[in-house]
Design a protein around this ligand. Structure first.
Ligand SMILES: Cc1ncc(COP(=O)(O)O)c(C=O)c1O
Length: 393
């Protein structure tokens, strides 16, 4: 069923204040997500933080269940953490890399992930290799296939990179990983909540995501999926009394499920809100969401490419809700500030957030306009009209 845009906008108070094209930064949360968080905070103030957490146990369990439904996995395969980076790190740094191992990554890798790869390479003597891109600007799956050998210890892919419309062909990469019996870590930070994500269809061993972006959940929330067979093979790089139990003066046991990647203390109101956000997305349908997001983004791209001096820098056979562009008349930061003054939100994507891709494509600082399903065609038109004025004034 199509999305009732009027209703979702009425449930998104922020749409009355701003034209929000910064959904890949942090989307505007819907009212039920806000209500769930505020209600929990009020209970913490009224009866105490631990007591409110105990009372919220069913809602917290519901968050694991909702994420499991989103990904088509089991709740025990999910760890809830504070952001996508920590989720990715907990899986990545748990991998037992050795000298000579090969870590295969892609050109549009996210900066934090690549920095971690470089650190682990320095520490262990593993090699980090970048799989070439094809003519569409996405990971070249044939090249990846030819790179596979016994030394490949991990394939790490950014599904939707930070700086462009690209959706990498995750399921095709998953098929290569599966054929080779190599673990596959998918950074789904910007795809979660924007498009359907089935871990079985994709064939990933591990997946990381954040709450605040396309899922429209609270800031400071993220989650990690680890496939059942891999959980006990991965020793978390950090342990606490929640991830493990102190069983004797010199002994401890690590949790047998994905809770081993979590910590005891956390943002409980955020976790409750995250579950509501995931349910909200599931209710609308991820296929329906993606269809509308792609349609709006495509309209935006076409309109932007008609603006004199503006260059759209998006790539990919499949494109998503993120559009990046530059304008020859003004730098990205000046345009972002001028739009902000007019109640329009975008972000700026700098080369250091995707250095390999930015250098290969000679990208300047880019304006990133990312749409969501609650945005409208009228907002796209208004955005382009205002932008035209801003670049020429
Ligand atoms: C592709 C990608 N991966 C990971 C992250 C990190 O997410 P978080 O800020 O939740 O750690 C981002 C953030 O922008 C991102 O764009």
């Amino acid at each position: 069923m199509a999305i009732d845009v009027e209703t979702v906008r009425a449930e998104t108070p922020g749409t009355a204040n701003v034209l929000h094209f910064n959904n890949a930064g942090a989307a505007l949360p819907p009212q039920p997500v806000m209500d769930a968080q505020v209600a929990h905070l009020e209970r913490e103030a009224a009866i105490g933080g631990y007591e409110a957490e105990a009372e919220a146990e069913p809602q917290l369990q519901n968050t694991y269940d909702a994420i499991a439904r989103l990904l088509g996995c089991d709740g025990n395969e999910i760890a809830i953490v504070e952001n996508a980076t920590r989720a990715w790190d907990m899986a990545f740094y748990a991998m037992p890399f050795e000298a000579g191992d090969r870590i295969l990554t892609s050109r549009a890798a996210y900066a934090s992930n690549h920095i971690a790869c470089l650190q682990v390479a320095e520490r262990t003597g593993a090699d980090v290799e970048v799989v070439p891109h094809d003519d569409h600007g996405q990971i070249d799956v044939n090249a990846l296939r030819t790179m596979m050998d016994d030394r490949v210890a991990l394939i790490a892919l950014t599904h939707v990179p930070t700086n462009g419309g690209l959706v990498n062909p995750a399921a095709e990469v998953g098929a290569v990983a599966d054929d080779a019996g190599v673990p596959f870590l998918l950074d789904a930070c910007q795809s979660a909540g924007q498009m359907p994500l089935s871990v079985d269809d994709i064939g990933c061993t591990m997946l990381s995501a954040t709450g605040r972006k396309y899922l429209r959940g609270p800031r400071g929330t993220g989650f990690l999926y680890v496939q059942r067979d891999w959980i006990e093979r991965l020793e978390p790089p950090l342990l606490d009394l929640h991830a493990a139990t102190w069983t004797g003066p010199d002994t401890y046991e690590i949790q047998p499920d994905a809770r081993r990647f979590e910590t005891y203390e956390g943002h409980v109101a955020g976790k409750v809100g995250l579950g509501v956000a995931v349910e909200y997305a599931l209710e609308l349908g991820l296929g329906t969401i993606f269809e509308r997001v792609q349609r709006l983004a495509s309209t935006l791209r076409t309109a932007l490419s008609d603006v004199p001096g503006v260059t759209v820098h998006d790539v990919g056979r499949t494109r998503c809700g993120i559009t990046t562009f530059s304008a020859e008349q003004k730098d990205a930061q000046t345009i972002q500030a001028a739009l902000r003054e007019r109640g329009i939100n975008v972000s700026v994507s700098t080369p250091s957030s995707t250095r390999l891709d930015a250098e290969a494509r000679n990208l300047p600082d880019l304006i990133r306009a990312s749409v969501h399903y609650y945005n409208t065609k009228e907002e796209v038109e208004r955005f382009v009209t205002v932008l035209q004025r801003v670049v020429t004034e």
